[in-house]
Write a protein that binds this ligand. Structure first.
Ligand SMILES: Cc1cc2nc3c(=O)[nH]c(=O)nc-3n(C[C@H](O)[C@H](O)[C@H](O)COP(=O)(O)OP(=O)(O)OC[C@H]3O[C@@H](n4cnc5c(N)ncnc54)[C@H](O)[C@@H]3O)c2cc1C
Length: 391
């Protein structure tokens, strides 16, 4: 390919291997740098949306993903007093539409294999510390490059974002989540993302994440500053608390033998006005981390990758990067706004928001237009209050 360019990518989570695969398939010379010494996929359950799955289909790996994941046909959420807050089936938006419950190791394996098969060179144990014009420098002092294009995909806690010269505002949420993956027990339906809430302090979710291995991913909301103190409490008192909110969880919880089996996930909020500067573009959580309340982060990262690949196909490099920022604008703005707006209704200290939610959500669910907007938001297709990506 005559117009092939050299691309250096920092970070192999979701955005990194996805954009590597797309660009290598398009004939570019791609090197992916990852700080971990080898493939080390850990992480909570993920809900893939139709938007992210369309990118996986384009990469030719959707069928493999679906053979290992749980088809999710609806989201259900209720209060401990029994009020149904959300009962949102995907197929109300379009017949046959669904989500897919999976977890990071499955997605990462498929993306990496696809990227490597397309010719991407992967360098493990390469933590990039410095952007030096067209080069990347790692912790061992090795200089890699020069690259025509540098892609920053190093996640929410990005150390490279600040070096790009693109202004960014980064906030930590006071709330985060604890998560645990175990065998699904029959009390949880295999195709439902099930959630229960009590006020805005307690949120407990269960996402089925596999068919080959029938797993279930538990989420428990927690204030980040309380995690250490929480771990020192008796295991049974936490289990009792979970069972008060989700009584059917008792058999599933037998798999938890210590509170240390629950992993912590912190949430970040990253705001940027554009996602490119000179020969650099920034993708995924590094560019626009948000709380996982709407289950969109990995899907947005995949859409960043696909958009950037399209722009590079259609325009010369400099113009392609400004088009990338322009094309991602509406979709990202909508989900960042919607996430910031929704999160405090489920994770905050506001009693008033809890009461508003318990009264308002069931009413909104009865209004056909609102229901459709809620399902479209869940499916990842909204680009504004009155517009969506066509399905
Ligand atoms: C509890 C929880 C639940 C979630 N649920 C969902 C969900 O249901 N659906 C959904 O779509 N999203 C969900 N998300 C969000 C999703 O996990 C992220 O949005 C997604 O993983 C972002 O991908 P990324 O590639 O941008 O970053 P990451 O996945 O964080 O990957 C960044 C990679 O860069 C590497 N790295 C970091 N620094 C460097 C460096 N300096 N040099 C080289 N390598 C580096 C890291 O080791 C890592 O491999 C959830 C997140 C959490 C916390």
């Amino acid at each position: 390919m005559d117009d092939s360019i050299k691309v250096g990518i920092a970070g192999s989570g979701t955005a990194g291997p996805a954009v590597a695969a797309l660009l290598a398939k398009a004939g570019h010379e791609v090197t992916l740098f990852e700080r971990t010494p080898q493939k080390q996929a850990v992480g909570a359950g993920l809900l893939m949306q139709p938007t992210g799955m369309a990118v996986l289909e384009r990469l030719g790996i959707l069928t493999s993903l679906l053979s290992q994941t749980a088809k999710i046909d609806h989201l259900f959420c209720r209060t401990t007093s029994g009020t149904t807050l959300l009962d949102l089936p995907y197929n109300e938006l379009k017949n046959g539409l669904f989500g897919a419950g999976t977890y990071r190791p499955v997605l990462l394996d498929l993306l990496l294999e696809c990227a490597q098969n397309a010719g991407t060179k992967v360098q493990w144990d390469s933590e990039i510390t410095t952007l030096d014009q067209k080069n990347l420098i790692d912790t061992h002092g090795n200089k890699h490059g020069p690259f025509d294009l540098i892609l920053i995909c190093d996640g929410a806690k990005s150390a490279l974002r600040a070096q790009t010269g693109i202004p960014a505002q980064v906030n930590h949420y006071p709330w985060g989540a604890l998560w645990f993956i175990g065998k699904r027990t029959p009390e949880f339906a295999p195709h439902t993302l099930w959630q229960a809430v009590e006020g805005t302090n307690w949120l407990n979710g269960y996402l089925p994440t596999g068919t080959a291995q029938d797993f279930l991913s538990l989420f428990w909301s927690i204030r980040m500053r309380e995690v250490e103190e929480w771990r020192s409490r008796p295991l049974q008192s936490w289990k009792d608390h979970v069972c008060r909110i989700t009584p059917q969880a008792e058999p599933f919880l037998q798999q938890v033998e210590s509170l240390h089996q629950l992993q912590t996930a912190a949430y970040y909020d990253v705001r940027m006005k554009q996602w490119h500067h000179k020969n650099i573009a920034i993708l995924g959580d590094a560019a626009h981390a948000l709380s996982p309340q709407l289950g969109q982060g990995a899907n947005l990262a995949l859409m960043d990758a696909a958009t950037l690949a399209d722009c590079l196909h259609e325009y010369p490099l400099e113009q392609a990067l400004s088009q990338y920022s322009k094309r991602r604008q509406k979709h990202l703005r909508f989900y960042q706004f919607a996430t910031r707006w929704t999160t405090p209704f489920f994770q905050s200290d506001s009693k008033l928001l809890g009461l508003t939610r318990d009264f308002g959500f069931p009413v909104a669910m009865t209004l056909p237009w609102m229901r459709r907007q809620m399902i479209a938001t869940m499916a990842g297709v909204k680009t504004g209050p009155f517009c969506s990506i066509p399905l």
